[in-house]
Ligand binder design. Structure first.
Ligand SMILES: *Cc1c(COP(=O)(O)O)cnc(C)c1O
Length: 409
């Protein structure tokens, strides 16, 4: 048996996630004798003869050559690897960005006249896709507070076809009871969808916990190096077949170069997540003791809001969390951000480098309060930190000198 076939055979044994990540998607027919699949740049796939050509449209299956829009081995290897690390998944569809994954999933599940319930603390562009794209197609988005389960349950009616969840909440980091919200959706006949970009399948195996479709912005941790944009959606057999068909109808396809970069990122995902989460927890603990800080919004931190649910349901986290200042002004908060030297100012997260952005979630909420938990008036100026792979002690020293700049105001 050749080496990569042996790897593929071995990958059928029960394995820890780290082992599975190393072997996932490495099929000998796609890699040949080398470790990684080559970058197959292909629009045209050639056929041996007209009989083979005539077979093409009848075999619309994963892993079959047909035409560039259905991908080639580089994209197949990535999709296959993501499926292998998502317990309960029958397949994974790749999209050109995380937001394209959200739109692609919504356009698969929803028809004119349907209602979709969207978590009020979802990523802001997700809200915009709900109120813009979906509304234009006669679909009604209704926002709900995922912490108020009784009110959520009352929102369902015959037209409710899907629920879009995200945990922790974007910017404000609330943790909701995902298994219970998914269970209620299923009982009411709606499909539950989770934007699982924060924890991913290593920290929260969503399909195993009752979610119907799990999606990720691969742009963040899976890519991991701030140089590629991509999204994914994984599901069991029936929903996967529907997602795949809709993606083909929409014509969404990812480039093989981007797929190769994303696959390279995936191989070290577990190491980066563990390092980031450890550093983030150390930094969150340090911030929690600072007199300038009102609230540390980090579910991994014991005693922080949502920690009980996080420790019950999640086996991991990442470097992304927020905090609010005790009083002060927006100008002081911005002075803090500008004073940081090791944190880049920019959107996104999940790369190897630390980032910071000032936040004001009240601009993108219609049901939930900001700041999210009992607080003193005026403690509403916040920042979100994305902790990267730098030394945690160096990051703390940088935060300390920036807090001094905050106090000077
Ligand atoms: C960034 C992000 C997205 C969108 O991903 P893109 O690849 O930037 O389109 C979706 N959901 C969450 C939670 C994100 O952080």
């Amino acid at each position: 048996m050749d080496t990569s076939k042996r790897l593929h055979e071995l990958s059928k044994l029960p394995q820890a996630p780290a082992t599975r990540i190393v072997g996932a998607g490495r099929r000998s027919e796609w890699t040949g004798p080398v470790v990684n699949p080559p970058v197959w740049r292909a629009s045209t796939h050639l056929y041996a003869d007209t009989a083979a050509l005539a077979q093409g449209p009848r075999t619309n299956e994963d892993g079959r050559f047909f035409y560039g829009r259905r991908g080639a081995p580089t994209q197949w290897a990535l999709a296959d690897a993501l499926t292998a690390i998502e317990p309960g998944a029958a397949g994974t569809v790749l999209y050109p960005s995380g937001l394209a994954a959200i739109a692609g999933v919504m356009l698969t599940l929803l028809r004119p006249g349907d209602i979709v319930l969207i978590s009020d603390n979802a990523y802001d562009p997700t809200r915009a896709t709900g109120t813009g794209l979906l509304t234009d197609f006669g679909i009604e988005p209704r926002f709900f507070d995922p912490l108020d389960i009784a009110a959520y349950e009352r929102l369902f009616c015959k037209r409710t076809r899907a629920v879009l969840l995200e945990a922790p909440g974007s910017l404000s980091m609330e943790m909701c009871d995902l298994p219970e919200l998914a269970r209620i959706a299923r009982e009411k006949g709606a499909v539950s969808v989770l934007d699982n970009t924060w924890a991913g399948p290593l920290g929260f195996p969503a399909l195993e916990r009752g979610i119907d479709i799990t999606l990720m912005a691969l742009t963040k941790h899976v890519g991991g190096h701030s140089d590629v944009m991509m999204g994914s959606a994984s599901a069991g057999p029936e929903l996967y077949a529907k997602l795949r068909q809709r993606a083909q109808q929409l014509g969404t396809v990812v480039s093989p170069d981007d797929a190769a970069l994303t696959l390279r990122g995936l191989r070290t995902l577990h190491l980066r997540l563990r390092h980031e989460a450890d550093s983030a927890l150390a930094i969150a603990r340090w911030l929690n003791e600072r007199p300038e800080v009102a609230q540390v919004l980090c579910p991994m931190l014991p005693g922080a809001p949502g920690h009980d649910i996080w420790s019950r349901d999640f086996s991991g986290g990442c470097g992304l969390f927020s905090f609010t200042f005790k009083g002060g002004t927006a100008a002081a908060r911005n002075r803090f951000v500008d004073a940081l030297t090791l944190f880049g100012i920019g959107y996104s997260w999940g790369g190897f480098e630390s980032l910071v952005v000032p936040i004001d979630p009240s601009a993108c909420r219609s049901r939930m309060a900001w700041p999210p938990h009992p607080h003193e008036a005026g403690d509403s100026h916040g920042v979100r930190l994305a902790i990267g792979l730098e030394d945690a002690g160096d990051l703390i020293a940088d935060l300390e000198q920036a807090l001094a700049a905050w106090r000077e105001g």
